[in-house]
Design a protein around this ligand. Structure first.
Ligand SMILES: [Zn+2]
Length: 141
C-alpha cells in the first residue's frame, strides 16, 4: 500500500525502532506510547483489520506478540501488560494496517481504561450467544 506508514517501515523506507521480526510480522516501538516501551506487532502483509489478516500469518503474528511481551516483561520489570488491537475507526484504529499493541503496566501507573460495564437482562445473554454461534466459521479446518 503506497501511503501506509507501516508498509513503509516494513520496506525500510521509514525508520523505526525495530524490536523483533519473523517471516510474518515485525515489532516496533510506538512513537506515541501509552507508557515507555509500548510496542506494536504488525503483520508484514498489508491488511486493514483483524478480520482481513490471513490465517497463514496467525502463528507468526502471535509468536511475535509472545516473544516481545516476554522481552518487555523481563527488560522493564513489568508488573503486567495489556495486549489489544483497535479494529475500525469507532474502536480507535488510527493506522489502517492491522496491529496489536503491547502496553507495559506498573503498580500505580495511573493508566485507566474507563469502562461502564453493562448487565444482561434475563435471557438476553443466551440470545446473544445463540446469535453469535450461528456465525461461527472456523478458519483452522
Ligand atoms: Zn500497510
Amino acid at each position: 500500500m503506497e501511503d501506509c506508514i507501516f508498509c513503509h517501515i516494513i520496506a525500510r523506507k521509514l525508520s523505526a525502532e525495530i524490536l523483533y521480526e519473523n517471516d510474518d510480522a515485525i515489532s516496533i516501538l510506538d512513537i506515541q506510547p501509552i507508557h515507555f516501551g509500548h510496542a506494536l506487532v504488525i503483520p508484514k502483509r498489508h491488511c486493514r483489520d483483524f478480520l482481513a489478516l490471513s490465517p497463514d500469518a496467525f502463528h507468526g503474528v502471535m509468536d511475535a506478540v509472545h516473544v516481545v511481551s516476554r522481552a518487555l516483561s523481563r527488560s522493564l520489570n513489568l508488573d503486567g501488560f495489556n495486549i489489544f488491537s483497535n479494529n475500525g475507526k469507532i474502536a480507535g484504529q488510527s493506522v489502517f494496517h492491522f496491529h496489536f499493541h503491547i502496553t507495559p503496566r506498573y503498580q500505580n501507573d495511573n493508566i485507566k481504561f474507563v469502562l461502564e460495564l453493562k448487565k444482561y437482562s434475563e435471557g438476553e445473554m443466551a440470545a446473544y450467544a445463540e446469535k453469535i454461534r450461528k456465525q461461527i466459521i472456523s478458519t483452522s479446518v
